[in-house]
Design a protein around this ligand. Structure first.
Ligand code: PAF
Length: 283
């Protein structure tokens, strides 16, 4: 069975309304395309839990700053369709930029607190762009369930807030990060890595693991846990660290000492050459 491709919001509304009228459950996987095994895992999970799976492919200009890679973001339409089909997705929502942002478009959704640190600090305006497009995509596709990867950890917290605060009638599911055999988190941007950088990039996984293991062995001092990550990463001076820090997993608060039973997230972001890499691990 081949997938249905929908390019306008009007057609998407009509199709989702009709599926809902038929009593079908809709799972939704928003993406920016150039799909990989991480996206496939999201689509497969959505397919195992819903009657119909909608995948969106839209490179959202609002979430890129002027110095970021919007203009060169990798694309592979044929490959994306194949992965959606193989992963048992049914519908591709594939709007143009003008369809999503017509000339008079001027709304922006700002989530507040949780967006001030980590990614939000290093990418000002990024989460406003993410929240705005995710709200528009959810309103366009009208899913019962939406699926997001843990790889973009702070994004999952932002979207959780968005869904709760705007009373969006959709439940959110977070799917574990898919990794290469050597630990590198799958990402559409990994294609930018030169061969040597690709080999070096595994240090991020090792740094996260070292800090997480220290936590599991009883270390609760946040700065000491951060030092585990920084010390591991210092073996690769080419990695330009933006942050290598841990925080409470649900709030991203950074106490001096974590409570004994705290759930903690370890987060790393930085540049390896021209490629920005992010990753995380939860205790
Ligand atoms: O995670 C992504 O790929 C994007 O941030 C998303 C959720 C599709 C919004 O553009």
């Amino acid at each position: 069975m081949s997938i249905i491709i929908i390019k306008t919001v009007k057609e998407m509304h009509a199709l989702s309304d009709s599926l809902r009228m038929q009593g079908k459950t809709i799972g939704f996987v928003p993406t920016m395309g150039f799909l990989h095994e991480g996206h496939a895992a999201l689509i497969q999970k959505a397919a195992s839990e819903n009657d119909i799976v909608i995948v969106s492919v839209f490179v959202n200009p609002l979430q890129f700053s002027a110095t970021e890679d919007y203009g060169i973001y990798p694309k592979n339409f044929e490959g994306d369709c194949a992965i959606i089909e193989q992963s048992h997705g049914n519908i591709l929502f594939y709007p143009t930029k003008d369809e999503m942002y017509p000339a008079n478009f001027s709304t922006s959704i700002s989530i507040g607190n949780i967006t001030n640190t980590f990614e939000g600090f290093f990418r000002p305006g990024h989460f406003e762009g993410v929240a705005t497009v995710v709200a528009k995509l959810l309103l366009s596709t009208k899913p019962h369930h939406a699926y997001f990867g843990q790889k973009d950890y702070q994004q999952t917290l932002v979207i959780q807030r968005l869904i709760q605060d705007l009373h969006i009638d959709c439940s959110m599911h977070i799917v574990p990060t898919v990794r290469e055999d050597d630990g590198l988190a799958k990402s559409s941007r990994n294609v930018y890595l030169q061969k040597e950088e690709r080999e070096q990039s595994t240090i991020i996984f090792k740094a996260l693991l070292n800090a997480k293991n220290a936590f599991l062995q009883g270390e609760r001092n946040r700065l000491i846990l951060n030092t585990y990550m920084h010390e591991t990463l210092s073996a690769l001076p080419q990695f330009d660290i933006q942050y290598a820090s841990c925080a409470e997993a649900e709030t991203l608060h950074e106490p001096d000492i974590f409570e004994e039973k705290s759930k903690v997230v370890f987060l790393i972001a930085g540049y390896l050459g021209k490629t920005r890499l992010i990753d995380n691990m939860v205790s």
